[in-house]
Unconditional design. Sequence first.
Length: 262
Amino acid sequence: MNRRIGFGDTVLLYLDRKRRWLVKVSEGKQFHTHRGFIELEKIVGKSFGDSVITSTGDKLYVLKPTLVDILNFFERPTQVLYPKDLGLLLLKLDLEPGKRVIEAGTGSGVATAAIANAVKPSGHVYSYEVNLEFLNKARQNLSRLDLLKYVTLKHSDARDGFDEIDVDAVFLDLGDPWNVVSKAYLKLKGSGTLASFSPTMNQVEKTVSMMKKDGFIDIETCELLLRHMRVEEGRFRPETRMVAHTGYLTFARKANREDPEV
Ligand SMILES: C[S@@+](CC[C@H](N)C(=O)[O-])C[C@H]1O[C@@H](n2cnc3c(N)ncnc32)[C@H](O)[C@@H]1O
């Protein structure tokens, strides 16, 4: 049976593809949109998928927020990873519950949240960030998803190395990943997975040559292009606008240096 929505639940109020709001259901409060307002307590007792009518007679659907819905509402003091890149990242890092992951830098915590969500409840993310302001914003963002218990946020420079050992995966999203590759190598389990995200080609070149030097194998770099479609009968065509470039993803596996065959 569908669970009934109660006070304290967070819901997504959906008007159309472009207009949607993440709202906490609170007692005695109104929620205002350009299409009128609703009394939030009117949502209590409804099931996800039901709708409410605003003061101007418009219909808002009450949806259970997905991870992507919530990530879209994260505050972003930094560039963040987009869902298209996060999807492949989670697969290529081979993340599943129980895995332990090092990340640098935390930024706004968007990737941290996606990784924590994949490894919870028995796994953990150790996320390094040099900028205290960003780290605090990430903490605030992660608490919205109740993911903080699966994350250790560290105010530390990744170039100084990582405290954890034998981690399953490392993800690097910082300006000079090539300076951190050897630190990642030291802390990964044999055959562990490494990923790096960089917006420019020269960053990727430097990072890949450091990966080769350090003993990583199975190195591949790609760029993901996501083109949305406007589907109307007889007029099906791509959307005019798209996010043309986010960055390049590089993936690699750790080979053990002491193996006499290497
Ligand atoms: C593009 S942001 C990361 C965004 C993040 N992946 C997200 O999805 O929200 C890069 C971050 O790396 C941090 N950073 C840069 N150099 C660093 C270093 N040496 N150690 C730790 N963090 C670093 C920056 O302060 C910045 O917050």
